[in-house]
Write a protein that binds this ligand. Structure first.
Ligand SMILES: [Zn+2]
Length: 263
């Protein structure tokens, strides 16, 4: 009786120590990223989410250059805010993972989300195909064939955990939108918040608009990275096709500490 009680206490203490170390590690990474004095290391892990052959063929043909657009976008925007760091981020492509990450429903309760977030971190620690230096941020790219799926479920970025989970289409036609979603989730891991209405998907005014002072206000032609969509006219929202038409707005820049030179 006493032995098993001791064993259980020991296990709980060990688990708490592990959780504490993980939390400290994440906190230190976050502080380091926010000081913007060395490039953020991002590792991308492709996953064949529907098990199809065309999806696999797309994944097999992927290389790190396919994600250069994200690097260029971050650099262009960081330079605009005088962050004074080149490169701002470096991207590496890990070998494809053969396991599926844990899923969470969009309408999950707070408890389910917290549990999922812990589960995801545990999963990410157990399933690592990357052999290089420890990444600052891990982005999991779940690819689906556009032949099979018409609509993708939501992507996620966890600041506490430095993990992004992105659902994308396995087709060159969708490379621009995939890169946009990766950039959005990456900004979440840096600490940026969403700037659109969860009910209507409409960008919030003014922080979700790329050009909030434009007259007339509509049509907008560019997107704010955390707003996700461009408002063309009332009721007409479009997703940007490329990161060339996306900006980091002042509020997002503030959240990720890009405005330090302006403080
Ligand atoms: Zn978001």
């Amino acid at each position: 009786m006493l032995r098993s009680f001791r064993f259980r206490t020991l296990r709980i203490i060990l688990l708490l120590i592990i959780l504490f170390v993980v939390a400290m590690n994440t906190w230190l990474t976050s502080v380091r990223i926010h000081s913007w004095n060395r490039p953020v290391w991002v590792v991308l892990y492709p996953i064949n989410a529907d098990g199809r052959r065309d999806t696999q063929a797309y994944i097999n043909a992927l290389s790190a250059e396919h994600f250069d657009e994200i690097k260029l976008f971050l650099q262009r925007e960081a330079d605009r805010y005088q962050v004074n760091l080149t490169p701002v981020a470096e991207f590496y492509l890990a070998p494809a993972l053969l396991v599926q990450p844990p899923e969470v429903e969009l309408d999950a309760s707070l408890f389910e989300r917290v549990f999922w977030s812990l589960h995801m971190r545990w999963w990410s620690w157990r399933n690592d195909s990357w052999n290089g230096p420890e990444p600052d941020v891990r982005i999991y790219l779940r690819y689906f064939s556009p032949q099979e799926s018409q609509q993708l479920s939501h992507s996620l970025g966890l600041q506490k955990g430095m993990i992004g989970l992105v659902n994308g289409f396995a087709s060159v036609d969708y490379m621009g939108t995939n890169n946009f979603v990766i950039a959005h989730e990456l900004m979440h891991t840096f600490g940026a918040s969403d700037k659109y209405s969860l009910d209507t998907n409409e960008p919030l005014y003014p922080e979700g608009y790329a050009d909030p002072d434009q007259k007339p206000l509509l049509p907008q032609t560019r997107a704010e990275v955390m707003a996700g969509r461009v408002k063309v006219s009332p009721g007409w929202l479009v997703m940007p096709q490329s990161l060339n038409d996306v900006v980091v707005g002042p509020l997002t820049a503030n959240e990720i500490d890009w405005q330090q030179s302006l403080h």
